[in-house]
Ligand binder design. Structure first.
Ligand SMILES: [Zn+2]
Length: 127
């Protein structure tokens, strides 16, 4: 029986984030990109996947403004959205900028420092 260690599962993601590189799990058997990292590919249940770089470019699938802090350390209000990345995967992330991006608008990854580590966030694309 495999013992699940979620820290080991995400260690390479956070190591890449510390270098300001966005990566996502890609299944070596079926090619599916997915997020969040998990033991098995959600498309084919293969456990053979690797992290691959993402362009960090995508579009806003949904966006909202959070007014109640989910835990201490969050400064409210802040934008939160689901981003569809151009490689065919999605992630929930903080939205930064002067205004909340509209659904369907182009965004690109940027980086914020929180809880002692570098985390991806998204802002309206500049190009
Ligand atoms: Zn797969």
């Amino acid at each position: 029986m495999t013992v699940l260690d979620s820290t080991a599962l995400t260690a390479d993601f956070w190591a890449a984030a510390a270098r300001r590189e966005l990566v996502r799990p890609v299944c070596r058997d079926c090619g599916h990109s997915f997020f969040t990292p998990q033991v098995a590919c959600p498309a084919c249940l293969s456990e053979d996947w690797v992290y691959r770089p993402s362009s960090g470019r995508g579009t806003v699938y949904s966006a909202t403004v959070v007014h109640k802090a989910p835990s201490p350390g969050f400064t409210v209000p802040f934008g939160l959205g689901v981003i569809d990345l151009e490689e065919g995967w999605s992630m929930l992330a903080t939205l930064v900028g002067d205004r909340l991006p509209q659904i369907g608008s182009a965004v690109e990854v940027t980086w914020v420092e929180r809880d002692g580590r570098t985390q991806p966030a998204f802002a309206e694309a500049t190009s």
